[in-house]
Write a protein that binds this ligand. Structure first.
Ligand SMILES: Cc1cc2nc3c(=O)[nH]c(=O)nc-3n(C[C@H](O)[C@H](O)[C@H](O)COP(=O)(O)OP(=O)(O)OC[C@H]3O[C@@H](n4cnc5c(N)ncnc54)[C@H](O)[C@@H]3O)c2cc1C
Length: 463
């Protein structure tokens, strides 16, 4: 008889946990997985998927405007927030079912409960009030928005979780944060007709992205009507007698809004998880410490995804899950590869990016060539929209290796996916030059920028 109830027990049914459970069960392992909220996790229930659906919803007003240049007359459009939320909920419920079924069809057992560690092989299923045992345990509990408890009046604020299900669309919102979640929601709410202000303590939104894109996105968002205030933080939030909110800024201004949203980073879900019962070590921000193979300091306990605070993206959590399965169950140790991860910001316009920013490349390489083009996308020549696109390639002048590719404009995320393959394959600028353009597209610019716009040597721009 087997020593344990399961070969693998997974805590957390999000992107990483579900993938690890499904694939391990498919290998014939006896797998259990517990989810305390909804299968699918952050990405499916209150992250990537509903966000992208809301991005689509918020883009229609510009499409209606742009249609005029092409001969269309669009009747005055109306928008129903509750219908959007209800339709989104239906789609999310469908996906949630598929995630759960995927595990069960592969032979895994799903549990709708919070799970905590009792010891290194024992898990308590809280709502069933019983324990199960497992040979290997995988922690994939993800993260949650930083509640920012030090802010007076934080209890009046919402986070990305609540933004997806507000009973009413606010007339005015103030969003704090400069990361991609804050920026994307600022664009979503603005597109839906909400008077939107974005407040960020740093000097420019979207730290770690290429500065060129950050500046141009900032300018474009302002031109659309989003107010962006950098170098600023809230000092307090107060509920007014009329039910609205006063957002006090440290600089003295008071902004009146119906909702104040905090998007000030995310923290790993590791509290009250029983980690100390099993002796699992945590890092500075409470994340679970793992080695290159996602193994914790306790040999049979592993952790993947946001809870490890490495790269907090869905495809990364899924990749880490696949590496975990190879390592733990296929006798083929594979360390997750976090280098050159292509990513998108679904701002309006969109950002697609992979590899090193100009500043980072200039720090790491002696001399780099920067190929840069800005232009008005063909679509906007007739729509009349005054919006430009930016494309940039960063190339190591010595080896000709393309170190970074950065795009701001329509479909930038789709382009970044394909550029990700080129950069991962270690292609050179000469390979880009040898590639035939697809015409007429915006992406053709990526293979037709033959001459560098400028060089950067020893960190200094020359020429
Ligand atoms: C608003 C928003 C937008 C995003 N947009 C994108 C995007 O466009 N692209 C992208 O790649 N990434 C995006 N992300 C990030 C992405 O959602 C995460 O990186 C990804 O979901 C991480 O997967 P995970 O498996 O580590 O954790 P999660 O998906 O968070 O899953 C963890 C699960 O564990 C459960 N859980 C926690 N504790 C317990 C417990 N003790 N017992 C049982 N269950 C427990 C939670 O309920 C949760 O369902 C976004 C995130 C947010 C918040």
């Amino acid at each position: 008889m087997a020593q344990y109830d399961y070969d693998l027990f997974v805590i957390g049914g999000g992107s990483g946990g579900v993938r690890a459970a499904r694939v391990s069960a498919g290998l014939g392992k006896r797998v259990g997985i517990a989810e305390e909220y909804r299968f699918g996790g952050t990405c499916v229930i209150r992250g990537c998927v509903p966000k992208k659906l809301f991005v689509y919803a918020s883009q229609f007003p510009e499409h209606f405007e742009d249609a005029a240049g092409y001969g269309w007359t669009v009747q005055p459009a109306t928008f129903d927030w509750r219908k959007l939320v209800a339709n989104k909920d239906r789609e999310i419920a469908r996906l949630e079912g598929l995630y759960r079924l995927g595990v069960e069809n592969a032979g895994g057992q799903t549990f709708q409960t919070r799970a905590v560690l009792v010891d290194r092989h024992t898990i308590l299923l809280e709502s069933e009030n019983r324990t199960v045992t497992a040979d290997q345990i995988l922690i994939a509990t993800g993260g949650r928005p930083n509640p920012h408890l030090a802010l007076p009046g934080h209890e009046h604020c919402i986070f990305s979780n609540e933004a997806f299900d507000l009973p009413e669309l606010p007339k005015a919102i103030v969003i704090a944060g400069g990361g991609y979640i804050a920026v994307e929601f600022a664009n979503i709410f603005h597109g839906l007709g909400v008077h939107t202000t974005l407040i960020y303590r740093g000097k420019e939104i979207l730290g770690r992205f290429d500065m060129d894109l950050r500046r141009m996105l900032h300018e474009t968002m302002e031109k659309k009507g989003i107010r962006i205030i950098c170098h600023e933080i809230f000092s307090a939030i107060e509920r007014r007698a009329d039910g609205r909110l006063d957002a006090y800024l440290q600089g003295g201004e008071v902004i009146v809004a119906d909702q104040v949203m905090l998007a000030l980073g995310r923290i790993p879900n590791t509290e009250d998880l029983g980690l100390e019962n099993a002796g699992v070590e945590r890092g500075k921000v409470g994340s679970i410490l793992v080695d290159d193979y996602s193994r914790t300091n306790v040999g049979n306990i592993w952790a993947i995804g946001d809870v490890t605070n490495r790269v907090q993206l869905t495809p990364v959590a899924i990749h880490e899950a696949m590496c975990f399965v190879e390592t733990a169950f296929r006798n083929n140790p594979v360390a997750p590869d976090h280098d050159c991860v292509a990513t998108a910001v679904f701002s309006q316009p969109e950002i697609g990016t992979v590899g090193l920013s100009e500043d980072e490349a200039a720090r790491r390489f002696h001399s780099i060539e920067v190929y840069r083009a800005t232009f008005r996308p063909l679509r906007h020549t007739m729509s009349g929209r005054d919006e430009r696109m930016l494309m940039k390639l960063i190339v190591d002048a010595q080896t000709r290796l393309v170190l970074g590719a950065h795009i701001l404009g329509p479909d930038a995320g789709e382009m970044a996916q394909l550029l990700g393959i080129s950069l991962k394959a270690g292609l050179t600028k000469d390979d880009f030059d040898r590639t035939m353009a697809v015409h007429p597209t915006a992406a053709e610019e990526l293979v037709t920028m033959y001459k560098p716009s400028y060089l950067v040597k020893n960190g200094e721009r020359v020429g």
